[in-house]
Design a protein around this ligand. Structure first.
Ligand SMILES: [Zn+2]
Ligand SMILES: [Zn+2]
Length: 325
């Protein structure tokens, strides 16, 4: 992916990797796990085992355990998004090497709260983001405790339990594509999704920087576990994946360097970076081919770009033809 010399920037300071390959739909069962989704899954299991109140406790809504869930989620986002921000944007350990553009987070820009992009993004993460994530989690745990939704026990159905953990990733991808696509419907974009798209240049905190209406839709995928027999572990993984994975998906860095000779972890989210740049393409994720199937893909190639421009022209022409004036 990073076979182009990283220093080749265009006149606007943009650097781009080679065009993105189409992912296999079911061929990539392991690829889709390794490494990040497996890390998120392991983290979710640890959170479920050690940082989640027991089903006995969650039978009744009480401020103590509900506040604990919220503060734990705040801590998760702060460690992951905050850690990436400190590493890449404060310490600037690799400068703009492997960065998709050569810009940093905006300061003194009135379109952001407090005139500062980082503080604006942090605000939406820790208030609306973590509150709505935690509210979904609290109500789901309460529903499991009171046997209002179907509960699966690992000891009784270990194979189903593990397969469903893996399937959570795919449930997320489908749900995200459609919810995100709907969020670009003009009226909804105007009242909610515009807030996420204020970030054209993105950083780790931009991932979960969304309007409360968008948070309500974005985290609603967990409601699938109200229907599909699941356990708190599945619901926690679903929400945690939605809560923390956008941080890595918005770093703006293709590779996170950890050693000499450009060694490092591939962060590789040029796909979503292009969504922030062009708005009308790449509603899903690069790991699963929904955008290829629905012809909303921009893989970074000139052909893809020409297709996007043609689609826009067609849409503009149609709008013009519909216009009675
Ligand atoms: Zn985004
Ligand atoms: Zn969008």
């Amino acid at each position: 992916m990073s076979d182009q010399p990283w220093g080749d920037r265009d006149s606007r300071g943009e650097w781009q990797p080679s065009p993105l390959p189409k992912p296999g739909s079911l061929k990539n069962l392991w690829d889709v796990l390794w490494p990040y989704n497996l890390i998120y899954m392991a983290l979710a299991v640890l959170v479920w085992l050690y940082l989640t109140p027991s089903l006995e406790t969650t039978k009744n809504f009480e401020w103590g355990w509900m506040l604990f869930v919220y503060l734990r989620n705040v801590a998760l986002v702060t460690v992951i998004a905050g850690g990436l921000h400190l590493w890449l944007y404060v310490a600037k350990t690799q400068g703009v090497k492997f960065k998709y553009n050569d810009k940093w987070m905006a300061r003194q820009d009135k379109k952001f709260l407090f005139g500062n992009q980082t503080w604006d993004n942090i605000f939406w993460n820790l208030t609306s983001g973590c509150l709505i994530w935690s509210a979904y989690e609290v109500v789901t745990l309460w529903a499991f405790s009171n046997k209002l939704i179907p509960l699966v026990d690992f000891r009784e159905n270990p194979v189903y339990f593990v397969l469903l953990m893996w399937a959570v990733i795919y449930l997320r991808y489908f749900h995200f594509y459609f919810v995100h696509w709907v969020s670009h419907w003009k009226p909804l974009f105007k009242i909610s999704h515009y807030l996420h798209h204020k970030n054209i240049n993105v950083g780790p905190w931009s991932g979960l920087s969304m309007h409360p209406i968008e948070h309500l839709l974005y985290f609603s995928g967990v409601l699938l576990h109200w229907v599909i027999p699941s356990s708190p572990a599945h619901a926690i993984f679903h929400l945690l994946h939605a809560g923390v994975s956008p941080a890595l998906g918005h770093t703006s860095f293709h590779k996170l360097l950890t050693g000499k000779d450009d060694q490092g972890l591939v962060a590789d989210h040029y796909f979503h970076y292009l969504h922030h740049r062009y708005f009308t393409v790449n509603f899903g994720v690069q790991e699963f081919p929904l955008d290829w199937w629905f012809k909303t893909v921009h893989d970074g190639s000139p052909e893809s770009h020409a297709q996007m421009m043609a689609a826009r022209k067609k849409k503009a022409g149609k709008a013009g033809a519909d216009d009675p004036a």
